[in-house]
Ligand binder design. Structure first.
Ligand code: ZN
Length: 414
């Protein structure tokens, strides 16, 4: 195909849309505070719907509060070719995480529409509800519910710290968009691609502007309780102590030795460590801590998932150790033809590109359970994300939209 078959996206329009969105929940520090389905996030959905309707695109909502913007194809019976991400942010987050994936997808649909290109498949922009998991847990709730990975009723019953339920928030969203069609959860998707800022420094360091994402890390988490015995810190000799802090720190040191890899690919983190009862003159009788272990190799993760409890046991001394919970997500790989499709589109437009792995989780992970799916990254300044200082360059955002537009055309035409 020649270049003329791939119309050029409108970089100025796309940037302006980013700035319009950044104003909704915009902070004094130049970031965005727009937690899932707050009035601000609902306003962002409404603005997107207005832009969609101005183009003649339709809008639909599913029971989990995911929103879909659709440009009909010549065969409406076909499942859509889709792209998108999320509108919600972390508390005092940035102007690009999530929304770039939504706006590049929307720009692609506008570009294709303006060029008068007829597609056989419908084209859609997907806005997945509550990706960040900041107001309601878990993260990636919308895409997880859509593909049936987690039950709808359970997720709708989740509440925020003010005891407002997700169910009520989804009802508020539906009320704000009375014109929206209804979409079933799990309705087939023929293809999905998500663009996102990298949230790391690999692209910035290489000077490339498109990262063709090959796969996503999996994780194993362990919620661990170490049970000892509260005792007087002055009168209790070592021989009689059951010090949960000593046992827990022995475990974490031993784990650090085992989980140390020279190529720095395995990510071992203890982000929470509670010492109880917390009296300065009490030998602690209990410690709760959480291990977050991320890696790309499922076999290695499976092996470590068996080893970690044994290591904890071996270093528990006079204390008892209990694994309270151990959630698991396997690493995943995106289909090779989608990765090469991203590379080909980047090549066509002269965008430097490289393959890379995703160290963060994204909605595309869930959508890949029901549809061929892929992801691309663009650089983000100093890798700073989940921060008001988050920044992406206009030409990089436009490059993402261009690659998405090309790929949607290729996938939707025949
Ligand atoms: Zn995101």
């Amino acid at each position: 195909m020649s270049q003329t078959n791939y119309p050029e996206v409108n970089a100025d329009r796309l940037w302006q849309r980013h700035m319009d969105m950044a104003a909704i929940g915009g902070t004094e520090g130049g970031g965005v505070h727009r937690l899932a389905l707050t009035p601000e996030d609902i306003e962002a959905h409404v603005l997107l719907a207005q832009w969609a309707e101005a183009r003649g695109f339709s809008v639909a909502l599913d029971p989990m509060g995911n929103m879909f913007i659709r440009r009909e194809g010549s065969d409406p019976s076909l499942a859509p070719i889709s792209s998108g991400s999320h509108t919600d942010t972390q508390p005092y987050g940035g102007r690009f995480d999530g929304i770039t994936g939504v706006l590049t997808a929307f720009e692609a649909l506008e570009t294709i529409d303006e060029a008068g290109i007829e597609t056989r498949y419908p084209l859609e922009v997907a806005i997945w509800n509550n990706e960040e998991g900041a107001r309601f847990t878990p993260a990636c709730m919308g895409s997880a519910a859509y593909v049936g990975f987690k039950p709808l009723d359970d997720l709708l019953s989740r509440t925020d710290p003010e005891q407002v339920s997700m169910r009520d928030c989804v009802a508020d969203l539906a009320k704000a968009l009375p014109q929206a069609d209804k979409r079933e959860l799990g309705a087939p998707i023929a293809f999905f691609i998500e663009s996102h800022i990298e949230q790391g420094v690999r692209l910035e360091e290489s000077g490339n502007i498109i990262g063709a994402v090959t796969g996503m890390q999996g994780y194993r988490r362990f919620e661990i309780e170490v049970i000892g015995e509260d005792a007087h810190s002055g009168t209790t000799p070592r021989s009689r102590r059951k010090d949960a802090f000593v046992a827990a720190t022995d475990m974490t040191h031993a784990l650090r030795e085992v989980l140390w890899d020279d190529d720095d690919e395995m990510r071992y983190t203890i982000g929470r460590f509670e010492v109880l009862p917390g009296g300065v003159s009490v030998v602690p009788g209990q410690v709760n801590f959480y291990i977050d272990l991320r890696y790309h190799d499922k076999a290695a993760l499976d092996r470590l998932a068996i080893e970690i409890p044994k290591i904890c046991e071996a270093h528990s001394g006079p204390c008892e150790v209990r694994i309270v919970d151990a959630p698991t997500v396997d690493p995943m790989t995106f289909p090779e033809d989608i990765v090469t499709g991203i590379e080909a589109a980047a090549e066509r437009h002269g965008f430097g590109h490289e393959r890379m792995y995703s160290y963060a989780g994204h909605d595309a992970r869930h959508i890949a359970r029901i549809s061929p799916a892929g992801m691309l990254f663009i650089p983000c300044w100093k890798g700073i994300s989940h921060n008001e200082a988050e920044r992406a360059e206009p030409e990089h955002v436009a490059a993402a939209a261009q690659v998405i537009s090309d790929i949607l055309i290729d996938r939707a035409k025949s």
